[in-house]
Design a protein around this ligand. Structure first.
Ligand code: GLU
Length: 291
């Protein structure tokens, strides 16, 4: 039996939808629809201090206004702590974790790549600590846009954190577990997460779970070559300009723009674009400057 395609869009609710995240939503939606698949939305509110009030609602409204209809109900990472906790327990039972009390300053002194010192000299129980995952094998995948990819322990800067010092689960653990738990088969996202993919594959492999297929498109940057993000003060997409925004996203993704595009509603245009979608036309660049 062939597995049904299931894609997803997983925004962090740290601000309104900006052009960079619109591209991620459009690309993942089109690839799912072109493959008769499902498209899920997951709000990544794993890091409460970074959550911006009301931004989940504003992101969902923008998606609707751009014709990006999702399947099923929207999931929130803040409801998934039990899954992350079970996964962490399993990794620990497999002997793949250790406590680490090193500070940011210690890490900077190591040159940014963790040297594994707490594995050999564990901190005292009472000392504040994070939990690191022991990397032992390289992650290799055939990226659907970038081609063959391989990262070993050195390339991802050593054993990485799965539970933070402040007791929050790490982004890497949460995303890997959610993608598996939700049966995601395809992850289409920006190149800024390329090395995160290696970490997520390593976690899934350690737990014996299915690994999705991945495709990484160029990350949209501003005039200073900084990734468009709330931190770089990327402007919110204007919902009233949905059709024009989608045309820009399609151009960015190397897709053909139908002549009638400016006259279409966002939903009509997305539907047309799904019929013409060509993943092989998405530029194989790592970043593209958009403003
Ligand atoms: N939540 C991440 C972000 O908004 C994206 C995560 C992902 O696609 O895996 O940057």
């Amino acid at each position: 039996m062939t597995q049904i395609y299931r894609g997803r869009f997983a925004p962090s609710p740290t601000g309104p939808l900006h052009f960079g995240s619109l591209v991620a939503a459009v690309a993942s939606w089109l690839d799912a629809r072109a493959n008769n698949g499902e498209w899920l939305v997951r709000i990544e509110d794993i890091d409460p201090p970074r959550v911006f009030p009301d931004s989940a609602r504003s992101i969902l409204t923008s998606l609707e206004q751009h014709g990006l209809v999702w399947d099923g109900s929207v999931e929130y990472q803040s409801n998934h702590y039990a899954y992350y906790s079970d996964a962490l327990k399993e990794l620990t039972e497999l002997g793949r974790t250790y406590p680490c009390s090193c500070s940011r300053a210690d890490l900077a002194e190591m040159g940014g790549s963790y040297d594994g010192r707490c594995q050999n000299a564990p901190p005292a129980e009472s000392e504040e600590h994070a939990i690191r995952f022991i990397v032992d094998e390289a992650a290799c995948w055939q990226d659907l846009i970038q081609g063959p990819a391989q990262f070993d322990k050195a390339a991802i800067q050593g054993d990485f954190i799965v539970l933070r010092r402040d007791d929050l689960f790490s982004y890497q653990l949460a995303v890997a577990i959610d993608d598996w738990q939700q049966g995601i088969t395809h992850v289409i996202r920006g190149y800024d997460l390329f090395d995160s993919t290696a970490r997520q594959i390593m976690l899934l492999q350690a737990l014996g779970k299915n690994v999705p297929q991945y495709a990484h498109f160029a990350v949209a940057t501003d005039a200073e070559d900084a990734k468009l993000s709330k931190q770089s003060k990327a402007p919110a997409v204007e919902d009233e300009l949905a059709t024009a925004n989608i045309i820009s996203a399609l151009e960015y993704l190397g897709q053909e723009i139908p002549h009638s595009a400016p006259k279409r509603s966002a939903a009509e245009l997305m539907d047309m674009a799904s019929r013409n979608w060509r993943l092989d036309k998405v530029p194989k660049k790592q970043s593209i400057r958009v403003c």
